[in-house]
Design a protein around this ligand. Structure first.
Ligand code: ZN
Ligand code: ZN
Length: 154
């Protein structure tokens, strides 16, 4: 039935958005409790610029790219189920992370553009402070795409 298809599509769309939002929480948690903790050996070279093209820290992004790919693949193979929506949500978050954190902030790819909107300025500023004030086992502003009320901005 057409109406069922529309409802299912809407539901999947909603799942994609929810996963996108949840992923910021997952990334925050991972950044605070893994990367600035026992996973520091992988995150370290992100905090001290080596000038190399790739960083050990990229394994985190790679890990989520694989997870996302597996969700998408296993969501398509049985004939489109909700795993596809989950995989797309993770993929979109990864894209946002790469765009905002790696390109806008760290300029790993130079595109000569930096967003000037208030919200994005706040996110970028918060990450600058993260780099200034964080140590291997503690820090501030662990989010990547969102800087809330408690973000430290100076
Ligand atoms: Zn960090
Ligand atoms: Zn960074």
């Amino acid at each position: 039935m057409l109406i069922d298809d529309i409802m299912t599509s809407l539901l999947y769309f909603l799942v994609t958005i929810i996963i996108f939002v949840l992923m910021e929480g997952v990334a925050w948690f991972l950044h605070k409790y893994v990367m600035h903790s026992f996973g520091w050996f992988l995150h370290e070279d992100h905090h001290r610029y080596t000038g190399k093209r790739f960083q050990k820290n990229d394994v985190f992004g790679l890990f989520f790219a694989i997870v996302s790919f597996l969700f998408i693949l296993s969501g398509i193979l049985p004939g489109f189920d909700v795993k596809l929506a989950i995989g797309i949500g993770i993929m979109l978050y990864g894209t946002g992370y790469f765009l905002v954190h790696d390109i806008f902030f760290h300029r790993r790819i130079r595109i000569g553009y930096r967003p000037s909107g208030k919200c994005m300025q706040r996110v970028l500023k918060a990450h600058a402070i993260h780099h200034q004030k964080s140590t291997p086992y503690s820090g501030v502003n662990f989010g990547f795409l969102y800087a809330g009320k408690r973000a430290i901005l100076d």
